[in-house]
Design a protein around this ligand. Structure first.
Ligand SMILES: [Fe+2]
Length: 307
């Protein structure tokens, strides 16, 4: 069968998600299975691709004894690497090869009807974000605006911790728990919003199965914990609650969470300004000039009189 005949194309329109990283207002993305264009090969015939196996922002033994070097050797060294390698094999030579990792995640989510690279792309994104959610001597409490918003939206810092722990502990099977800043307009072009009745501009806790990432719901992730078994089995065996408690008490980088909150709020504010600009342009384009209308009506009258 010819490659072109075997190609299966799926497309979607990028609406709201354009503001998450896509440029332009609306575009079509086409995934062509079995299609390989502009395949790049190094001089020795090795296929090259772009997504990196990004290391954590600390040495692999820096979180001991809470998260051991052995866990990093497997989790970062083998699991994370496998997602990167598999993703690069999937996207090389396709339109996705030139996109950012975030764009690939959003493009391949495809309203929940996942395109082939989604799981690997999202798992690469999720793991990078997870490593950067921790630091040596982390844990404790945040401060400043982050702490104030946690108190505002959960009642107290302790209530937030309990809700986050519960989400992580009750995610059945593999997945993730998240603290996110939710500032969308409920008009999510690429996904089903899981909390459509919630207020905007607030912090919420959500959990997600497998590789799903709240970016696809148009939320801004601030903190995550990996609750796939490979994340904790070497250090905690089947004691997922102990792993979650250790993460919250000893490992969370509240500095990273605060920086992400600042960026999320700035992004939401920029989106509001952009929407306001578009609204004004739309209104301006649909308004009738009262003076022109008067002239038009007067012209009708003249015609009638002439008859
Ligand atoms: Fe993982």
């Amino acid at each position: 069968m010819a490659a072109s005949a075997a190609a299966v194309a799926t497309s979607f329109k990028c609406g709201v998600f354009c503001s998450n990283g896509f440029s332009g207002s609306t575009r079509d993305f086409h995934w062509h299975k079995n299609e390989r264009r502009n395949i790049k090969r190094a001089s020795r015939g090795v296929i090259t691709a772009k997504v990196d196996h990004k290391p954590p922002p600390y040495s692999l033994d820096a979180l001991e004894p809470h998260m051991t070097r052995e866990t990093f050797d497997y989790h970062w060294g083998k699991h994370h690497r496998a997602y990167v390698d598999n993703l690069n094999k999937q996207i090389v030579g396709t339109e996705l090869d030139t996109k950012s990792l975030e764009d690939i995640v959003l493009a391949t989510y495809n309203k929940g009807d996942l395109l082939p690279p989604f799981n690997n792309a999202a798992q690469v994104w999720n793991h990078e974000f997870f490593w950067e959610s921790m630091k040596p001597s982390g844990g404790g409490q945040p401060s400043g605006e982050l702490l104030e918003l946690l108190k505002r939206d959960f009642g107290s810092f302790e209530a937030f911790v309990n809700e986050f722990k519960a989400a992580a502990a009750t995610q059945f099977g593999s997945g993730w728990a998240w603290l996110v800043y939710k500032a969308n307009r409920l008009d999510v072009g690429n996904a089903v919003n899981p909390l459509p009745s919630e207020e905007d501009k607030k912090l919420v806790v959500v959990k997600s199965p497998n590789a799903i990432n709240p970016l696809v719901w148009d939320y801004s992730p601030l903190l995550t914990i990996d609750v796939w078994e490979h994340a904790y089995y070497l250090d905690f065996q089947n004691r997922r609650p102990d792993y979650i408690s250790t993460f919250m008490e000893k490992l969370v980088s509240w500095d990273a969470v605060s920086s992400r909150l600042e960026a999320a709020k700035a992004r939401a504010a920029e989106r509001e300004r952009e929407e306001e600009r578009e609204r004004r342009e739309y209104d301006g384009g649909n308004q009738t000039d009262p003076e022109a209308e008067e002239l038009f009506l007067g012209s009708d009258t003249d015609d009638a009189e002439a008859d």
